[in-house]
Design a protein around this ligand. Structure first.
Ligand SMILES: Cc1cc2nc3c(=O)[nH]c(=O)nc-3n(C[C@H](O)[C@H](O)[C@H](O)COP(=O)(O)OP(=O)(O)OC[C@H]3O[C@@H](n4cnc5c(N)ncnc54)[C@H](O)[C@@H]3O)c2cc1C
Length: 456
């Protein structure tokens, strides 16, 4: 007789054959077990269980990773999404944050005290994965990367210990987790330095027809080279979404958008933006003071779940004429209405930190180019991925060769050395110290160095 399980159904209790569960399990790809951790002790137990049983182990923070490494097929997933507490000390200007917290939750809590730290531009992203890779967003030119504001972390390592990592406690581990991704253990708590921000910041969009894109990109290059560190300006090339401030006639047409945020006094920001505001005749100019938390979520409506995605990314030391030509060529061939080209100006406080001071090595990069292929139908898979790949290949001669670890898709295992650059050897030596059996390998993986004779 078949074993059955009683479950709640539409009309009350129903009986489900256990064989049906086995069939479902066989049909679905995903972890064999998910441990929903409530605290650091749960995390340690789950790490030990995976290690002792030789299981493939994945770690989920916010679940936003481009390579999808938070999920593993057939192994064990440590799900941190229940660990969401945020403790703010407004006097010390610090926050202690658990690893299931999203950027939007963090911003809301700390903005209640008029405080913030640099995070990314999409509020549903997880603080954990973003921080471990480096983390940049609207405040980064002024206050640095997210890791530049990380003062300590608690890390559950492969041997089942909870280690405090800071400038004075296990400083080598602290160095490694600031850019080395999830290679060194499971972070159960992050501590950040906060800054006075807002509550309103001058921010918004200037939308131009793509017809003038060459001149606009040349203006952008000039403008950002003279911009103060408070000002962050990104360019987006895409087909205009049906946003209420855009005339209906423009919806679906190719546009070039300047997205700006001034992390400082609003009037100073207006003055700093003036050269960009004067440029050409935009379709729309919606720049003004608005709550920092609102601006931090401004891109969310364009990034709703459910789409098929494939991303490629480059760093540039400069925006050369040749790079602009490639951007223009591929910007005029966007395969779907949701595909985007993102160009982010970096520098400022990010570049003032030496490349070896943290594991994140790309301090010299002045721009990051993101090719976001986004579409809905499986039939569009090939065209969209080909567009992204050939764009990426055409831009490669003008790029640094490095890549942001958090912008790598799952098929870029050959770019790991580009992700860690000159810091790879030290990371490999520390991997051998803290995770010699490579338990934490569902990531942009650093192989443990073999017999390198000590750790730097
Ligand atoms: C729409 C979108 C917008 C983005 N915008 C930005 C941006 O503006 N700036 C920016 O810097 N990045 C940005 N990113 C990239 C983002 O930083 C990465 O996708 C990041 O990995 C997301 O972290 P997560 O915790 O949500 O992801 P997850 O998928 O949960 O985790 C990613 C990986 O990090 C590791 N990890 C997660 N939590 C832990 C933990 N507690 N301990 C140890 N390892 C852990 C694991 O290896 C995991 O596979 C964006 C991504 C997307 C999809």
């Amino acid at each position: 007789m078949a074993e059955v399980q009683r479950m709640e159904g539409d009309g009350g209790s129903v009986r489900v054959d256990l064989g049906a569960f086995d069939a479902l399990r066989g049909a679905i790809r995903g972890p064999r077990a998910i441990v929903r951790c409530a605290d650091a002790t749960d995390v340690i137990r789950a790490v030990e269980f995976a290690r002792d049983h030789g299981l493939l182990l994945a770690v989920r923070g916010g679940g936003h990773n481009i390579a999808g490494n938070a999920v593993c097929d057939g192994g064990l997933m440590i799900d941190l999404s229940l660990m969401r507490s945020i403790q703010v000390d407004p006097n010390q200007r610090t926050a202690r944050v658990e690893p299931g917290v999203t950027l939007g939750e963090f911003d809301r809590q700390v903005q209640a005290f008029g405080l913030a730290t640099p995070l990314g531009i999409n509020s549903t992203t997880g603080v954990a994965g973003l921080t471990l890779g480096g983390g940049f967003g609207w405040l980064s030119r002024r206050y640095g990367l997210t890791i530049d504001n990380l003062t300590a972390a608690d890390v559950a390592t492969a041997d089942g210990h909870l280690m405090r990592a800071s400038a004075s406690e296990h400083p080598d581990l602290f160095w490694a987790i600031r850019g080395g991704g999830g290679n060194f253990g499971v972070v159960t708590s992050f501590e950040f330095r906060l800054h006075r921000v807002g509550p309103e910041v001058l921010s918004g969009l200037i939308v131009h027809a793509a017809a003038g894109a060459r001149e606009l990109l040349e203006t952008y290059r000039r403008f950002v080279s003279e911009a103060p560190a408070e000002l962050m300006c990104m360019v987006v090339l895409r087909k205009a979404p049906p946003l209420p401030f855009l005339p209906a006639a423009v919806h679906g047409a190719e546009v070039l958008v300047f997205a700006v945020c001034y992390a400082g006094n609003v009037e100073d920001g207006r003055r700093a933006l003036e050269p960009l505001r004067r440029q050409g005749e935009p379709i729309a100019r919606v720049v003004g003071p608005q709550p920092f938390t609102a601006w931090q979520a401004a891109f969310d409506p364009l990034l709703t779940p459910g789409a098929r995605n494939y991303w490629k990314s480059h760093y540039f030391a400069e925006l050369s004429d040749a790079a602009i030509e490639v951007i223009l060529a591929y910007g005029s061939r966007l395969p779907t209405p949701e595909c985007e080209i993102f160009l982010v100006h970096l520098g400022g406080a990010i570049s003032r930190v030496p490349a070896g001071a943290t594991a994140y090595p790309h301090r010299d990069a002045q721009f990051v180019l993101n090719v976001h292929a986004r579409w809905r139908e499986p039939e569009q898979d090939i065209a969209c991925m080909q567009w992204a790949r050939s764009f990426f290949a055409a831009a490669a001669p003008y790029a640094t060769g490095g890549v942001y670890v958090n912008f790598m898709p799952e098929d870029e295992t050959d770019r790991v050395s580009g992700a860690y650059g000159g810091n790879l050897d030290r990371l490999a030596a520390l991997k051998a110290k803290y995770d010699p059996d490579n338990l934490f390998r569902m990531n942009q993986n650093v192989s443990p160095a073999i017999a390198r004779g000590g750790v730097a």
